[in-house]
Design a protein around this ligand. Structure first.
Ligand code: GLU
Length: 489
């Protein structure tokens, strides 16, 4: 088999979208699986909508996802440059060739004229397309139009009466009639090539073997195949991956929530979770397994298990996967990632003892679906006051054994160091021993006194996180709330 060469070819007209990331991933998986080459090419021929910021966002997002490339922008390689606006000379040469061979022609039509033709066709119930008006211009007419100052675009002459079949690796054969296509522009009047033209030349010259991209490009493919033929190039194999739909089964858009990789990154999704999720968005592995490491994906990915039907973006599944990866990751890594959220919420400065921060993170990590949520769970440690949050908690605190429990606890807090989970566990055990009460009668009111709530992180985390001073303060506040005199130590 020839060496696999694939590419991800984003247009830098916005941040990296989930759908783009999935295309990039599928190409990357194929490259890594077959020891092939991954190319990243920037398709910036839409000068108005392209921006360096978008390009940076896309490349940064790819790097964050761990989708690396062997050739392309920032990397270089034998078939560069890898940014289309830097390749205009190359396209010009091929355009001239098509023109000389009579496979392309100049078109002088203005936007208004094209629109009028479109409307006329629609009015007759015909498919709107270019009907080849400028193909029939005489030399004299061309001169006149040029004298008017019109600058022509270059159109490709679509051979009439043919059927072009895209042998799609996902969809099987898809037939298109050339009569429905109409001669299309390959170089605009400003000399900039269109996407369909540039993509063919680039994929051919860059020796791309497989083009994996979104289904929205399927209808471009017959045009591209005609260009391959006209230019004498061998086309790559195509795989068009289905659309991504929102839960309501309409095309995924901003309405459905976050659509860019960067947004997920900011919310505290882990790249390994997003990669795992994106892989399952359209690719169906054999068996029931849902958790895949990067290496497993590389091993198991195959285009013949990419589904034809649209993939539905299931946020709950992403949350589930992300929660899984948050729980699996080394604690120090999660702590590092959580610090910015805690700092932004004003809970920490970032100068705290890492072991203490580890406890804070560890105490709530099982509740997290994304790291940004951490701030909702750790408020109990930082609140200046924690009176009972509801009637249930208040009733627990009113239990008749509670003053005795809190008194015993106060003594232990004075006497013992409680900076680790082990020390905390020992103290909690001694507390039941000292009070001769069952666990529930001790731990539940203690929890309410220390956090104001009946539910939350394990007490053996809460104790060392709060530390001696806060423990004392909160016990005192509980006595005050109860209206009971705090017993002398
Ligand atoms: N620049 C195109 C896009 O971003 C790429 C299409 C292709 O992969 O051929 O949609």
């Amino acid at each position: 088999m020839e060496r696999v060469r694939v590419r991800f070819a984003p247009s830098p007209t916005g941040p990296l979208h989930i759908g783009g990331a999935r295309s990039a991933l599928f190409n990357w998986l194929l490259a890594r699986k077959y020891n092939g080459t991954m190319v990243v090419r920037i398709e910036d021929t839409d000068l108005e909508r392209s921006s360096p910021e978008s390009e940076k966002n896309i490349l940064d997002s790819l790097r964050w996802l761990g989708i690396d490339w062997d050739e392309g922008v920032e990397k270089g390689g034998p078939y560069g440059p890898y940014r289309q606006t830097e390749r205009v000379e190359i396209y010009r040469e091929y355009a001239q060739r098509l023109l000389a061979e009579g496979k392309a022609y100049y078109c002088y039509c203005t936007e208004e004229e094209l629109e009028a033709e479109r409307q006329a066709l629609l009015a007759r119930g015909e498919m709107p397309r270019y009907t080849g008006r400028c193909l029939r211009l005489t030399v004299a007419e061309k001169r006149r139009l040029e004298a008017e100052g019109r600058r022509p675009a270059l159109r490709f002459r679509v051979p009439p009466g043919r059927v072009v079949t895209v042998e799609d690796l996902v969809r099987g054969p898809v037939r298109f009639e050339t009569d429905g296509i109409g001669d299309f522009v390959i170089v605009k009047s400003d000399g900039i090539p269109t996407y369909n033209f540039a993509v063919v030349i680039d994929d051919a010259l860059m020796k791309i073997t497989h083009v994996i991209r979104g289904e929205e490009h399927l209808s471009n493919t017959p045009r591209q195949l005609l260009l391959y033929e006209a230019l004498g190039f061998t086309p790559p194999r195509f795989a068009h991956v289905s659309l991504i739909l929102g839960q309501d089964r309409t095309k995924m858009s901003k309405r459905h929530g976050a659509t860019s990789v960067e947004q997920y990154r900011r919310m505290g999704y882990l790249p390994e979770a997003l990669i795992n999720f994106l892989a399952l968005l359209g690719w169906a592995p054999e068996g029931e397994k849902e958790i895949f490491s990067r290496e497993e994906l590389i091993q198991e990915f195959s285009l013949d298990r990419v589904a034809k039907n649209p993939a539905v973006f299931d946020l709950e599944k992403l949350n589930w996967l992300n929660g899984y990866y948050i729980r699996q990751a080394p604690l120090a890594k999660i702590r590092e990632l959580a610090v910015p959220y805690l700092r932004e919420a004003g809970y920490i400065t970032g100068q705290e003892n890492p072991a203490w921060l580890d406890l804070v993170v560890q105490s709530v990590r099982e509740y997290l679906t994304c790291l940004a949520e951490i701030t909702q769970h750790v408020g109990i440690y930082f609140a200046p006051q924690v009176p009972p949050a509801d009637e249930e908690a208040a009733n627990v605190l009113r239990g008749e054994q509670v003053p005795q429990v809190l008194t015993a606890f106060s003594r232990l807090v004075e006497e013992r160091d409680i900076t680790t989970v082990e020390e905390a566990k020992a103290v909690l055990k001694d507390l039941t021993r000292m009070t001769r009460l069952g666990g529930k009668q001790v731990y539940l009111p203690l929890r309410v006194a220390l956090t104001g709530r009946t539910r939350g992180p394990e007490l053996y985390y809460i104790l060392p996180i709060l530390g001696r001073e806060k423990l004392k303060q909160r016990v005192e506040a509980a006595f005050a709330w109860l209206g009971v005199e705090k017993p002398a130590p």
